[in-house]
Design a binder for this molecule. Structure first.
Ligand code: C2E
Ligand code: MG
Ligand code: MG
Length: 415
């Protein structure tokens, strides 16, 4: 049964039930045993068997061995709480060892699909690490036992593994770029539509990769967010932005424009984040109201944390904007409790201004922002027509290529 070694029938423990309804539900189908008993000396599976499933050892001891040049070589002994036979199931290869019960054993069978489901859902990097370890173990085992079977040439990495390792490589490179200060912070102007003057800037990070060229922040910020690497990246951006404010002040820009920085979920989770930001400002003698924080809409689900952030920022006069409004988990509930100073209307709404529905919707959002005493910034403004409609609707600020692309501080200073 199930491809086990012939002649050794495990004794099965069946789920106990006298319920006739359950019995009819199962019908004549063989019931899956909860666990299986093996007598001492029984071979649970043998080298070369197909990978029929893995086991969790509930009780008893099991010896794992292979044949080496005609002699049996014991690889180890397994006991309660350990997994048995999981390797062949993970990579769907024949068993490379024989498992024999040393004492009476009780095992719970784990279906290959149970592993497959979790492996599919796992982080691709973790999966690639596991497969790499498994391949290496198998090749070492083959060398030790002399069962090389042509496995001497290294197996090619699967495209999926290559993708995962590419991610790890990019992460290492990002770490190095950070150390070498190769990340560039650019400033994109935000215009007050009524007066046409630049009120402030949004800081947008750029990575000029020596081989890959410009890597988009939507790619590497997401990557950095998967690990704690986003914290030093965020800190670097903050420090650069504060240095830029100092430079703008030194060059006599009055009134001093504000600069908005984007915060990630990880940064928000840092209990001392506001203090760290204030340290940056204090050490340069900068007024807190010249730094704005942008929080993307999807992060606002964590009400308590954001409410706390707003309270702390408002206490020192620092403004907080709700970024990418109208996307993702779009929902008006945050505005019911969280008093953002600014709402940034996602570019998809600006693009929709060429349709009556888009104009109607943006008009309502403008009215809503006014009613909440909140500034509204339209993102992604690319045409004069869009700006004219926004002006007519009463939107306060515009950001986009029409106003200016993200540029280096030097270009801002030369304006
Ligand atoms: P975001 O905060 O919504 O930034 C606006 C994005 O729209 C920027 O993309 C900007 O270059 C782009 N953009 C501005 N005007 C126009 C326009 O007229 N047309 C079009 N098509 N695009 C326009 P970018 O620089 O690629 O940044 C993407 C996202 O990466 C940002 O979205 C932000 O969420 C994130 N990001 C950028 N810098 C940082 C950072 O320092 N820290 C964190 N945590 N996230 C950052
Ligand atoms: Mg932003
Ligand atoms: Mg945005």
């Amino acid at each position: 049964m199930r491809g086990w070694i012939a002649g050794v029938r495990p004794i099965t423990i069946l789920p106990l039930s006298n319920d006739p309804a359950l019995a009819s539900l199962w019908g004549s189908r063989a019931l899956q045993p909860y666990s299986e008993l093996f007598e001492a000396g029984h071979v649970i599976f043998a080298e070369g068997d197909p990978p029929s499933g893995a086991f969790l050892i509930e009780s008893g001891r099991i010896e794992v061995s292979t044949m080496q040049l005609g002699e049996r070589r014991v690889l180890g002994e397994l006991g309660p709480g350990m997994l048995l036979g999981e390797m062949a199931v993970i990579d769907d290869s024949p068993r490379t060892a024989t498992a024999r019960a040393l004492t009476a054993c009780r095992l719970t069978r784990i279906d290959a699909a149970q592993f497959a489901e979790r492996l599919t859902a796992a982080d691709p990097v973790v999966r690639a690490l596991l497969m790499s370890q498994l391949t290496r173990y198998r090749s070492t085992l083959a060398t030790l036992t002399g069962n090389g079977s042509g496995r001497n040439s290294p197996p090619a990495a699967s495209p999926e593994d290559a993708g995962a390792f590419d991610k790890i490589r990019l992460e290492s490179e990002l770490r190095a770029a950070l150390e070498r200060k190769e990340l560039e912070v650019r400033l994109q102007p935000i215009e007050e539509i009524e007066s046409g003057r630049v009120a402030g800037y949004e800081a947008l990070v750029r990575w000029q990769h020596p081989e890959r060229g410009a890597v988009s922040p939507s790619e590497f910020i997401r990557l950095a967010e998967e690990t704690s690497l986003i914290l030093p990246v965020g800190d670097y951006v903050l420090a650069r932005v504060c240095d830029m404010l100092v430079e703008l002040r030194r060059r006599g820009r009055r009134p001093l424009p504000f600069i908005a920085v984007n915060l990630s979920a990880r940064q928000l989770a840092e209990p001392d984040m506001v203090e760290r930001i204030l340290d940056h400002l204090r050490s340069r003698d900068l007024p807190p109201d010249r730094l704005k924080l942008e929080i993307t809409e999807s992060l606002v689900l964590d009400y308590v944390r954001i409410a706390d952030l707003l309270t702390r920022c408002h206490a020192v006069g620092m403004h907080v904007a709700l970024d990418d409004f109208g996307t993702g988990y779009s929902n008006l509930a945050p505005l019911l409790t969280l008093d953002f100073d600014q709402i940034k209307l996602d570019a998809s709404f600006t693009r929709a201004l060429d349709r009556p529905r888009g104009v109607a919707l943006v008009g309502v959002i403008v009215a809503m922002a006014r009613a909440l005493d909140c500034d509204l910034v339209a993102e992604g403004v690319e045409t004069r027509e869009q700006r004219a409609i926004l002006h007519r609707l009463g939107c306060h600020y515009a950001q986009g290529w029409l106003v200016g692309k993200p540029v280096a501080l030097a270009d801002v200073l030369n304006d």
